[in-house]
Design a protein around this ligand. Structure first.
Ligand code: MG
Length: 388
């Protein structure tokens, strides 16, 4: 198997929402197509990915370094013993002449291309990616369904308690049982009113998580922690800056319920530091690294193994990114659960058609690869890229 071309384009995510740290009005993502020389039904097998949500498109780095490195390799350098494309070797090739450290500068473009390679590989094997991952990185078995919660409750231009209440009811009506809402973008008093509105509609406070998006000052973080502690929320996400391990550790000493972080960590070293110096509590805290933003699928599997070697549990890994890429990893590796963004981020939110939520769980679909072909709006963008 050979890779014959790699294409990318920046696409606006187009959203009016805001969290405590920033709004999404300029947000873009890179869509990637990795074309192979394997032909099925008269067409080449193409792997696709996008760089999740929350990090801007990164085509310049792909065009300047990572795509040329892959395409200039001898084809036999990029395959395994069976002659299949080898994502690990392709990752190594992209890392050629890269200086150690500074991972965030490259982990998104590399991770997005690497994820598209996995999509191509799984399609060549004619199996869902979750199935390939379960075989390669776990014991081959999977649960029939995966838990899935809504990442929602954004601050909207029209937002008020009635709108939040409508949103929560809509998610519960759609079959979700666990929801996350934003905090830190209003006064504590107003945020507590939002929290109580949501809890009032849900089965219990431990079904609700809150997300401060790393926007709180240390003083406000402590004030929120005091205000939130007695609710017994499912988790309090990104209470401080992503690399402020000292403040996270300090908070973990005084705030008993679970904390969550990791969507702004980009490599294994960051995660090891969180465990070693961040006070991350192995018995309760939640890790949320985003797969295509942190060197991709293979790096994620290594990170999961490392977390367990450090005494943590894969059951408390909930990847950021409500999309089919995170879903495949959660399903294949038996992670704690998947995020979902119903009705936001246009083509980039949501799962394949037919994936329904029942009692907070989604059954594993059987599309080959990641399954983008069953997301019509997104697949249209992807196919146009490959066809061009
Ligand atoms: Mg978050």
């Amino acid at each position: 198997v050979r890779i014959t071309g790699i294409f990318e384009k920046a696409v606006p995510v187009a959203s009016t929402m805001r969290n405590a740290a920033f709004d999404f009005s300029e947000m873009t993502t890179s869509v990637v197509a990795v074309v192979t020389d394997v032909v099925r039904q008269g067409k080449p097998v193409v792997g696709y990915a996008f760089n999740s949500t929350g990090r801007y498109a990164c085509g310049a780095a792909m065009r300047a370094r990572f795509v040329p490195r892959i395409l200039s390799a001898a084809p036999e350098e990029l395959v395994d013993d069976a002659g299949l494309i080898d994502p690990g070797k392709i990752l190594q090739r992209m890392m050629l002449r890269e200086k150690p450290g500074g991972d965030a500068e490259r982990s998104v473009p590399i991770g997005t291309i690497e994820t598209a390679v996995w999509d191509a590989l799984a399609k060549i094997l004619d199996r869902p990616l979750w199935h390939v991952l379960a075989d390669r990185f776990a014991d081959g078995t999977t649960a029939a369904t995966v838990p899935c919660y809504v990442g929602g409750g954004w601050y909207r231009p029209e937002g008020d308690l009635a709108a939040l209440s409508d949103e929560v009811k809509r998610h519960l009506g759609a079959g979700y049982t666990h929801i996350k809402i934003k905090v830190g973008g209003a006064s504590i008093k107003d945020d507590l009113a939002r929290i109580e509105t949501a809890i009032g509609l849900m089965a219990g406070a431990n079904h609700l998580a809150v997300d401060a998006n790393a926007a709180l000052s240390i003083g406000r973080m402590r004030d929120y922690a005091v205000a939130l502690a007695s609710y017994g929320l499912r988790w309090f996400e990104e209470p401080c800056a992503p690399l402020d391990y000292g403040s996270f550790a300090g908070l973990a000493e005084t705030y008993r319920p679970p904390l969550a972080t990791g969507e702004n960590l980009f490599c294994l070293q960051d995660v090891e530091n969180l465990f070693s110096f961040g006070g991350f509590r192995r018995d309760r805290d939640i890790l949320q690294v985003d797969p295509p933003q942190a060197y991709g699928v293979g790096a994620y599997a290594k990170m999961v193994a490392c977390v367990e070697a450090l005494g943590g549990s894969r059951q408390r890994i909930f990847p950021h990114g409500g999309n089919m890429m995170s879903f495949a990893l959660v399903a294949g590796l038996g992670l704690g659960g998947c995020e979902s963004y119903p009705g936001v981020f246009a083509a980039f939110g949501g799962f394949a058609d037919g994936m329904e939520v029942r009692d907070g769980h989604i059954a594993l679909p059987d599309h080959p690869g990641i399954g983008f072909e069953a997301q019509p709006a997104l697949y249209k963008l992807m196919r146009e890229l490959a066809d061009a």
